[in-house]
Design a protein around this ligand. Sequence first.
Ligand code: NDP
Length: 508
Amino acid sequence: MTQLDTAPVTGGTRPRHHDHFIDGDWVRSSGEIIERRAPATGLLVSQVAAGTADTVDRAVAAARRAFEDDRWSQVSGFERAAVLHRVADLISTHAETLARLDAEEVGKPILVARADVAGAAQLTRYAAGLAIQMQGTTHTNNGPEHTGLVLREAAGVVGLITPWNFPALILSQKLPLALAAGCTVVVKPSELTSSSAAAIARLYAEAGLPDGVLNVVTGDGRAGAALAEHPDVDVLSFTGSTATGRRIIAASAGNLKKLSLELGGKAATVVFPDADLDAAAAGVVFGGFFNNGECCVAQSRLLVHTDIAEEFLAAVRERTAALRVGQPLDETTDVGALIHEAHLRAVVGAIDRAEEAGATVLVGGSRASSPQLAGGSFLVPTVLDGVTPQMAAFSDEIFGPVLTASRFRTTEEALALANGVDYGLSNSVWSRDIDTALPFARGLRSGSVYVNTVIDGPPTMPFGGYKTSGIGREMGQAGFEEFTELKSVSIRTGTRPGRFTIGTPPAS
Ligand code: NDP
């Protein structure tokens, strides 16, 4: 059985080391090494090889050979599904190890990391089902002598670039679906959180994935940029910031790659007076502070009706103050450490600027003062009241445990506020009245809407953004189709009367 390198989460004293995984081999890099310190403790936990353009080139060449030798792209969907089911089983077997790797490197609570890994196994199983069902269409409506076949085919070599906030989960929103379609893959995980991607690559190898079908190049944005501009990559699926997404669009122009971009968000939670206010307060706090607020679907803007604002904000403040900030591996922790010290400073800077602009801190607002947390980048979960659309805190993604609160009087005003940002990834609405909630949901300009719930939905539903939150969809049938191409085959039988109207010799 595969041994995963888990030191030091299991108490070891040496950092983990990850090489690149290319063509079925772990390729030691002689170049630069990137060190990762756990954000909760400052201890060195892993070292990864810094991939270069040459490393990316080798990985893409391996993926191209694997695509063309047909051991994966041309086998039956049942064979691909069998491998993916074995991977899902292995992810479940190693779930606790994978969760601890992500909790340690991200600083996220272990309970969240466990849910991520369970989601990764579920997505892999879902992808197995898609492998079996991959199908095109037939067209017989163009006369008796024409039959049209629309073939759905694997798109080719796929590059996957993933961020640090949900390492195992976001990898699994992309990788198994690309493999289910018959594509071959080069993954570039975030330099900050490479361990679970390396571990998952070992599990795919153990499950029998042919060499070269999955390759992992570790490293920083330079390796990501090399993948984005590589002329032999057919599809690039990226999750990360909108700023990097824009760079990827430019870099991919050379060979006009097919792009799928899951970018930032600035979701609103809209609370109407007729909502179940207890449930809504619980949802607002979960949506704002889940995964330390380092979440593209963080419901980071509360919009509350003026009639209930005071009472509702008191409930939100009380629940926020009760959140336990603590070590990621502690089972009782609700909010862990932010990804690194520089990010913590950026989040504190955003809070300070909001205060200078006239917002009030209802709770939190500073780094955690407990001596047990002194070695890490911990912030007290923060609620800012009186935030107006003119303030940067209303429209800029803060990506930390910071919730802003604004008030509205009418449904029209609430909709304008919710839609009044450049992002459009997700939003939520709380009302017991379907005649309020449903038209409001339909008016929201975002790829996901949660009604009387937050951050919810199975992998069968597509996920992605309107506006600057992205291009394309992940998960669901739509997410699967990002990794496929359609080929229209026209077949004509019979006498072909009069179809070819040029080049006909004159009648003698
Ligand atoms: P980044 O955009 O900084 O990085 C994402 C990935 O891209 C990392 O692997 C990074 O490498 C790599 N990268 C950096 N520069 C380039 C480049 N020029 N070309 C190609 N790849 C590059 O995002 P973060 O990792 O900081 O993640 C946080 C951001 O991601 C937030 O804005 C958040 O909203 C968004 N996000 C969106 C999600 C969605 O589904 N819509 C989900 C999760 C996060 P490295 O880190 O090693 O530098």
